[in-house]
Structures are given as C-alpha cells and as structure tokens.
Design a binder for this molecule. Structure first.
Ligand code: UD1
Length: 426
C-alpha cells in the first residue's frame, strides 16, 4: 500500500490541465452496453474506479482496448456486440458502488439483470431504493435474495412511465435515463438531478440516437427508441478535480491557471473563492486563481447542483481552517461526511461538529504536519490540502481512496512546486 509524504508549507504556481471527469465517465462507459456496436470514448481519466469499470464491462462480455495518452487520460474502444448477460457479482460491486449504475443499461439492452446490492460506505448509508423504485415504475419486477437483486422487464422490454423522485439523486436519475432510452414509449422524470454529469450522460446517449429533452433541468422527457447506435464521445473535464486545485491554490498561496476547466459548472465555487479573497479570472475554458494574502471566512451549505457540491465540502473545510475567523458549513447531501475532521484535529485544526453542521474556528497557519489516515475519496483530498498547508511533515495513509478519483494527484501538485511524494507504506 502507498502513502503520500508531504513537506509543507509552500506556495504553488504554474499551469495545469484538468483530467476527464470520473463521475461523467462512469455512467457513460456503462451506457455503451445499450447497443451492440463498437464505441470510442476519449479522455477517460486513469483512475482505480475506471479499472473497476473495465472489469465490469469485461465481465458482461464486452471487448475493451485502452490506449493511454502521453500525459493524462486514455482512449477506450469498447465492443459491446458480445454482451450476453447482466449478472454482476458482489466482488465487483463492493469495490465500487457506482457499479450499480450498470443496471440501467443492462435492463435497457437485455431486459434482465442480477446485481449485488452495494452496502453502505464511509460517508453514509447510501441506499439504492430510488434506483429500484424507478425501475419498478417502468414495469420491472424485482426480487431480492442473498444480497442480490434480480430484475426483469416482463416481455423483455421496459415500458415508459412518469417517475417522480421524492429526493434528488444523481445516480438514480442516471440509471433511470439509461433504462428509459430504449423503453417502449415515453418517460417523464420529475425532480431529476440537474448535475452536469447527468447532462453529459444525456448528450452522450443522444449522440447514440436517444431522444431526451430537459436534461440539465429537474424535468426530463425521454422518448424510447428501438435501437441505439455507436458512441463516439470525449469525457468533459472533472469539475471536482478543478475545484480541488483552485481551493488548494487559495489555501497555499500562489497563482495557478487550469486549462480545459468546465467553468460553467463551477460558478458557485468561483463565487465563494472570490468571497474568501481570491482573484479568479475566467478566460474561455481556462481559469486562473491568484491567492489573497489573507483568507476570509466564508460559510456555506452543500446542495444539489447548482448549489455548492458536497464533493468539495471536505476541501473547503481545509481552506477555512486557515481563514481569519469563524465559518459554518452545513452538509445536506450525506449524513456522515465529516470523517476528515478528526484527522484535521490531529493536525491542529479547531472545529465543533453538531449533527450536519460544522463550525470552523479558523486561524492562519494553525495546521501542523502529522501522520493521518484517509477515510474516503474527498476526505483524502482535504487531508492532502491540509498537509501541504501545514508546517512540517505529514504522511497520508490509505491513499487508495485518493487513487479512485484523482489522476496522478502528486505529479500534478509537484509540477506546481508542492513537495509531495508517493512512498511505499511499511
Ligand atoms: C453521486 C456522485 C458523488 C456525489 C453525489 C452527490 C457519482 C459516481 N457519484 O453519487 O460523487 O457526492 O452524487 O452529488 O456520480 N439516496 C437515497 N436512495 C437512493 C439513492 C440516493 O436515499 O436510491 C440518497 C443518498 O444516500 C444521498 C442522496 O440521496 O443522501 C444523494 O445521493 P446521490 O445523488 O444518489 O449520490 P450518488 O449518485 O451515489
């Protein structure tokens, strides 16, 4: 197992290119199952979650070739003509929750599938009841046994219907869209997730011949089609990765420009960074952040898009730890997403957590290097940022969480002047 060893603090400076979005790539790669064609997906980030996705696709019978680019990312050609079954065992699902997102395309293509139920995870219970409710609304029958769900579309094809989600779920919206594009008739989704990744998935499906309207809003119309064609799509940049490096720059001080940034998906973050004192300039698809001398405290609430992303909350906590005064953050998406806080306390941060709210008693330069442990993907990113800002040496263990979602994070940070290296953890 690897760990990251960081010497802090120092300013960062220079240029970065964003990697492809993990959360966009996951459903889009699974969406290729929907037709029996040869597909090309470009700008797929090199991440552990993509390796899990590859294993799932191969397990279903797809043939996949990966061509790695010289810098970041890879191109995948995926031949789904020999996908003959949709049975995903627990061993594949438990490594990556999002494997459950394969169920929609499996149902859309084959009319039946058997998938293990994902368990809870570090940040909350994360049930899949909304996914299952949506499939049932489209006529699927569901049986549960031995930790698996067996799902069948009577007659082999789902039937379009109206589905109103009682709460916004990105994954359930994506799974339903993928199931509905080849269902018979029309599907209306109300209270759908409007996250950019839902929009990207819809655009990818539309390029295969799907008929979708309203994606990117909370009401989506889908007219089912009999057959879809091949996909040729380039995964857009990762808004969470870009957001993490922007927050890092404001925390550490310095001047960083990120090319290929999905700036239109980052509006609220840019607003909050400016409130904290940073100068943020957007020119075309590139975003430049010049850090302020002092960090002003900025409170916020995590919300569904276009609100502040829960996936950037942990990194914001790290930033506010060095602000000049108190800030309050409320987490409204996941019930247990402050796992980074006990580790940040070990580094000298001062907080009080009450339920879904955290008060941060910010103080410039308060963080001190320490050995800490990553608990989930975004908590890991928060600890890396804190380690870079802290006085002295930090080591971050269990970085396999980080490798799930950040492409070559230590290389990208080192190219900006950070002192961070990967070592084997003894
Ligand atoms: C996706 C993202 C994740 C992000 C999250 C919220 C991917 C691969 N992951 O996760 O990075 O943090 O959106 O923006 O895209 N819920 C239910 N029942 C369900 C489904 C969800 O109660 O059937 C609850 C969840 O427990 C959570 C909330 O709904 O409290 C939102 O979760 P959801 O939007 O579904 O998150 P994911 O799609 O899993």
């Amino acid at each position: 197992m690897d760990k990251l060893v960081i010497q802090g603090p120092n300013k960062i400076q220079g240029n970065l290119t964003a990697s492809g979005s993990k959360n966009a790539a996951l459903p889009i790669l699974f969406a290729t199952i929907l037709s029996d064609e040869k597909h090309l997906v470009k700008n797929v980030p090199c991440l552990h979650d993509m390796e899990s996705t590859l294993k799932m696709l191969l397990h279903f019978g797809a043939h996949v070739n990966q061509h790695f680019e010289a810098t970041w990312g890879s191109r995948w050609t995926i031949d789904t003509s020999r996908v003959t079954h949709g049975n995903a065992p627990y061993d594949l699902i438990r490594k990556m929750r999002a494997s459950f997102f394969s169920l929609g395309p499996i149902l859309g293509r084959l009319g039946k599938g058997r998938v293990s139920l994902p368990g809870g995870c570090a940040i909350g219970a994360r049930p899949v009841d909304l996914h299952l409710m949506a499939f049932e609304k489209l006529g699927a029958t569901i049986e549960q046994s031995g930790g698996d769900v067996d799902i069948k579309a009577p007659g082999g094809r789902l039937i379009g219907n109206k589905v109103r989600f009682p709460k916004i779920s990105v994954g359930a919206t994506e799974n339903l869209i993928m199931a509905a594009v080849t269902a018979k008739g029309e599907t209306l989704i109300e209270n759908a997730a409007a996250e950019p990744e839902v929009r990207y998935l819809s655009e990818a499906l539309m390029s295969m011949g799907a008929k979708i309207e309203g994606h990117g809003t909370h009401t989506i119309h889908i007219q089912g089609v009999d057959k879809l064609g091949a996909l040729n799509y380039s995964i857009p940049s990762d808004r969470i990765e870009v957001g993490t490096y922007l927050i890092a720059t404001q925390l550490l001080g310095g001047d960083v420009t990120i090319a290929d940034a999905p700036v239109e998906d980052l509006e609220i973050l840019i607003l909050k960074l400016r409130e904290s004192g940073a100068t943020v300039d957007v020119v075309g698809k590139s975003v430049r952040l010049i850090a302020s001398e002092k960090i002003k405290p900025v409170s916020l609430v995590t919300e569904a898009f276009p609100g502040f992303a829960t996936d950037l909350q942990a990194q914001w906590v790290a930033l506010m730890t060095h602000a000049e005064g108190e800030s309050l953050i409320e987490e409204t998406i996941f019930e247990n997403r402050f796992m980074h806080v006990p580790e940040l306390i070990r580094m000298g941060g001062k907080y009080s957590v009450e339920g879904s709210k955290i008060k941060i008693f910010g103080k410039p330069g308060v963080l001190r290097g320490a050995p800490v442990m990553a608990t989930d993907l975004r908590a890991s990113a928060s600890l890396v940022l804190a380690g870079l800002a802290a006085q002295g040496e930090s080591s971050i263990r269990r970085i396999y969480h980080l490798d799930r979602g950040y492409e070559s994070m230590e290389l990208k940070l080192r190219s900006l002047g950070a002192r961070i290296e990967r070592r084997q953890d003894d």
